[in-house]
Design a protein around this ligand. Sequence first.
Ligand code: EPZ
Length: 423
Amino acid sequence: MDRFIIQGGRPLRGTVQISGSKNAALPMMAASLVASGPLQLNQVPDLADVRTLAALLQSLGVESERHAGNIVLNCVDNHSCRADYELVRRMRASICVLGPLLAKRRKAIVSLPGGCNIGHRPIDLHLMGLRALGAQIQIENGYVIASAGRLKGAKISLGGDQGSTVTGTCNVMTAACLATGTTVIDSAACEPEVVDLGNLLIAMGARIEGLGTSQLVIDGVEDLSGATHTVIPDRIEAATLMIAAAITHGEITIENVRADHLTAVSEILGQMGVSMAWGSNDCRITLSGPLQPVECQAVPYPGFPTDVQAQLTALLCLTFGQSTVTDKVFPSRFMHVSELLRMGANIRRDGDSAFISGVTSLSGAHVMASDLRASAALVLAALAARGETVIHRIYHLDRGYEQLELKLQSLGASVERSPDTVA
Ligand code: EPZ
């Protein structure tokens, strides 16, 4: 296991490229299971989660080859329908193979993903949607065991208590593409990653209308072909680096970024006094004055993303005044709070909210990464803290940020990776 050693207090300066989106790439890779020909995905980040899914797909007969930023996936054997616990437990997004396997191979045996540090993460909506398409599903010995004849179009609502489901929409949308007749999905997730998957499926021959809205209408087709598609830029990585510029009082330009995917993030950062100059494909971020406190709620897209909640909390720790951050998507996603407190932050957690009183400085400490975005929040806090911060269990960060330390180093940060002695 590796750790990061960060010397804080250096303003970031320079230009950095945003990678392709992890959360768009994963369900697209799973869509190789329904493709009758090779699928070429461009701008796929080289991350632990992508490698885990490639290994899972290989166990399901899909070969993948990476050439620089591109991956070509080719299904050569469609015998196996079983996604084993050993691979699925490493990454919850493995559940994205469920819908494609069921639609194409008519059978899926997929390990239940299990617990997670960001809170309770059921898959009842995925199962409800697939059952509505005609699947028989049971849970046995920790596995989802699903079978079906050809799936049949149906009217389905995928809304839950916390709103829509992103990977649930991906699973049901992909499966419905090969069903007979028309499927209408209400309360569909509108996230750009779902839209990007839908665009890939359309390039493969699917007939989908309503992408980016809460109602999807899908007319099933007999077969889906291979295709070539470029994955959208990672809006969460972009937001993390925007906050890195602000928290270090730096001035950076991020390239390969979509302003339309970051409206809610820009709105909150703008309210806080962060200046953003958007170009067609880039954004220059500077701080024009003292940071202002805000009240922010993480909700499904197009609202403020839960995946940026922890990073925003880190910034608010150094924002004079009282701020509130509420997470309506994952109400217990606050593992970063106790580690930020160890760095001198003043945060009170109550239910789905964190109440933050800004402090004038944070100080370096040993802290433990607990999940992907909590790790990013600790990196941001460390970049601004006085002295040295050691972040343990950095493998969480490696799951979702491509070469983060190299990108930060290129912007002038002092970030060093070294093997960890703490388990
Ligand atoms: C996706 O997870 C992302 N993962 C998450 O990214 C992200 O935090 C999340 O969407 C919300 O935006 C991928 O895309 C691979 P959900 P997903 O189903 O699809 C409840 C990151 O850091 N729910 O949209 O698993 C659920 O408990 C991460 O990159 C049900 O009740 O999330 C949650 O409260 C982690 N029943 C809410 O819906 C279900 O069947 C949203 O979850 C499914 C979900």
